[in-house]
Design a protein around this ligand. Sequence first.
Ligand SMILES: Nc1ncnc2c1ncn2[C@@H]1O[C@H](COP(=O)(O)OP(=O)(O)O)[C@@H](O)[C@H]1O
Ligand SMILES: [Mg+2]
Length: 238
Amino acid sequence: MTDVTLLAVENLRAGYGETEVLRGIDLAVKAGEIVTVLGSNGVGKSTLNRTISGIVRAQGGSIRFAGEAIEHEKPPAIVARGLIHVPEGRRIFPNLSVRENLDLGSYARAKPRRAQNRERVFGIFPRLRERAGQYAGTLSGGEQQMLAIGRGLMAEPKLLILDEPSLGLSPLLVEELFTLIKRIHDDGVAILLVEQNVVQSLEVADRAFILAEGQFAMSGTAAEIGADPELKRTYLGL
Ligand SMILES: Nc1ncnc2c1ncn2[C@@H]1O[C@H](COP(=O)(O)OP(=O)(O)O)[C@@H](O)[C@H]1O
Ligand SMILES: [Mg+2]
């Protein structure tokens, strides 16, 4: 980890129409960090991801990435900067092959290195190599999640935002997924991991934020947050 701040979110406000979902969010991710944002269903985790990546417009506050203001930029410009968001629910294209899905990940960034990045993704996810020619729609849920993450890696992310990657996976696959997330991080990618899977997310993360009612109710090192029994009961419904 270094002290270079990659993502700096200050007093961020966003929502849908009259409904304000995020009411003043402050968040930073440094180069080389894994930061996790935890919170129950419906608290605004995906809205935060969508706002950072330009899909939902910020209504107040600022978002800086690698020192530049991005809160008024459109999603393709943000992708081009190396801020890659793997959305909730694995939006893969079922009628395209695994390889074609991967190649779409390098549409806006790193296109000249497509072949070598595909090899790198196959190195991390060997099952994608085995199934490279298969329709993505024929993959299992876990394989589709790996494909969605692999597609994100094709763009050579500086920061990878993962929105509930473990959702709907079996315990064994969740275990495998978190191991792979660590591996991607070890390759030098900073990760913003948004999850409801508290225990495993705190195991891999450096720092953690608990989202509740549009604001962070708690933040600290993952170890501090994990050791706080009150937290899980009060904010995570565990
Ligand atoms: N496209 C949308 N239009 C209107 N309201 C939305 C939309 N997406 C999410 N919401 C609402 O915003 C709140 C936060 O949703 P979301 O960010 O998806 O939460 P989480 O990801 O933590 O489950 C919820 O009350 C949800 O109903
Ligand atoms: Mg969500």
